[in-house]
Design a protein around this ligand. Sequence first.
Ligand code: PGA
Length: 255
Amino acid sequence: MRKKLIAGNWKMNKLNADVPAFFRSFVKECSLEKDRSLTQKVDVLFSTPFLLLESARNQASGLGITIAAQNVHFERDGAFTGEVSVPMLTEVGIYSSLVGHSERRQYFGETDVAVAKKAAVLQAHGCQAIVCVGETLRERQDNRTESVIAGQLAPVFEAVRGLDNIVIAYEPVWAIGTGVSATSAQAQEVHTFIRKQAALRFADDANSLRILYGGSANPKNIAELLAKPDIDGALVGGASLKPLDFAAMVRAALA
Ligand code: PGA
């Protein structure tokens, strides 16, 4: 049985000043002060900008909520101006990061090979890597969804040592921030494909790989998405900025 993971991606939003109020409201809405059973049943994660990691970690402390980075560099130190390494994250108690989000690929030129290295380095440090993959609208229209995703996954599956601490997030680029989610059937189809790709390399271990859906997931469509057998959670952008909406999505994962 794969434990569901509901992950928020704050992208470049919020200030440190906003963090305490956000968590107060989220924790209250999930009744987490009295009862931690929600985070025992569902994994909850917030991926925040680097400068918000410590305040988010402090707020989340003891509640069973994971705080993650949105990106990391694959080298441990050196002349890489503007970058942050895995040891820098672990030093401040952060053991998870997104890698290869489509915005990183699109606006910052991140390649499949760099994404694979980041995933492998996180794993080697005992950290979780949430590896994002997904096709553009054009690629889908050209019937290239599977070949694009296979191409993004191949170097990752080559670079990592097994699937421990690896999560895949399927995020069709055309669904991100557009209000147009993939249908649950479209997502399930791609998730099945991703699991098959994982099985080609890791055999039965692919059965325990968590595959999240991301792209305009919201409190209204989450239940239908999570009802699909290969959708093991969600990576949520816009709706994760609102504590009540995100709490509703976490609760939906209990069903
Ligand atoms: P969205 O973003 O939920 O706002 O579409 C998802 C993501 O980019 O992770």
